[in-house]
Ligand binder design. Structure first.
Ligand code: ADE
Length: 248
């Protein structure tokens, strides 16, 4: 998978060199290219923003550098592989695990990191004439720019790229992983030692009774979902709940 990231703060993406994604890059599973938007400016001050038409606070990113950047990375006349453009913005569609899985199957993603009040709307409008564009929000809060949102999206997508995670099973159990109960949160986890600061690991996990352990884990997951995400619990499909679930 190829990823191009365009930003006025390319240094923001240094974390993509470490940990799981850094290893995936070195193994050739993910090919990341970070670009400085200012490479596509032509004035002495390398200007990327201007005042908003119609007035109002803040500045808006000028369309010209963005248009040139996208033309350079994905020339309009070479449609062999067409990238999908992701524009992080609090006004976008909510980013979900399902969207991460969908993006993980794409051969090429371009991320356009906006700053200030956002990017001149004609950039997305024009890009849509030749590639799929998704405006994506990672949560109901406003960040100072799209960079940290792109780090979040790239990490969620990257770990789903085949071969990136050592153990394929670790994706299956995730909270929000597609499955019988897509909306069940993961329960608590424990490792050695069996007693730590007078706190014992729940005995059932040491019992070796895999059926009982699976049932206990499901109870814990249900409890956690009800406590932390009543919105998800309210949307449970009653057909997916058994009698014991209902007692939890
Ligand atoms: N840029 C600023 N805030 C954002 C958010 N919540 N999600 C995605 N991009 C953003």
């Amino acid at each position: 998978m190829r990823l191009d990231i365009i930003s006025i703060f390319p240094g923001y993406f240094a974390p993509l060199e470490i940990s799981l994604l850094g290893k995936a890059r070195r193994r050739g599973l993910i090919d990341v290219h970070v670009h400085d938007l200012r490479e596509w400016t032509h004035d002495r001050h390398r200007t990327v923003d201007d005042t908003p038409y119609g007035g109002g606070p803040g500045m808006v990113m000028k369309p010209d550098p963005w248009g040139e950047a996208l033309d350079t990375l994905a020339p309009p006349a070479s449609p062999d592989v067409v990238p999908r453009l992701i524009v992080p913005t609090p006004s976008g569609r909510p980013f979900t695990q399902a969207m991460a899985a969908e993006l993980a199957a794409e051969p090429w993603l371009i991320f356009a990191c906006g700053r200030y009040e956002g990017i001149d709307a004609r950039v997305v409008e024009e890009a849509r004439t030749r590639m799929r564009v998704d405006e994506v929000g990672i949560g109901d809060y406003v960040l100072a720019g799209g960079e940290s949102a792109v780090l979040v999206i790239v990490e969620a997508v990257g770990r789903l790229v085949p071969g990136v995670l050592g153990n394929a099973d670790s994706v299956v159990d995730d909270s929000f992983a597609p499955g019988a109960m897509e909306t069940l949160l993961e329960g608590p986890v424990y490792t050695k030692p069996p007693v730590w600061r007078d706190r014992a690991v729940p005995e059932i996990l040491l019992s070796g009774d895999h059926g009982a352990i699976a049932r206990w884990r499901r109870d814990q997951a249900l409890r956690r979902t009800v406590a932390n995400r009543p919105d998800l619990a309210a949307a449970f499909d009653p057909a997916q709940l058994d009698d014991r679930d209902r007692r939890v």
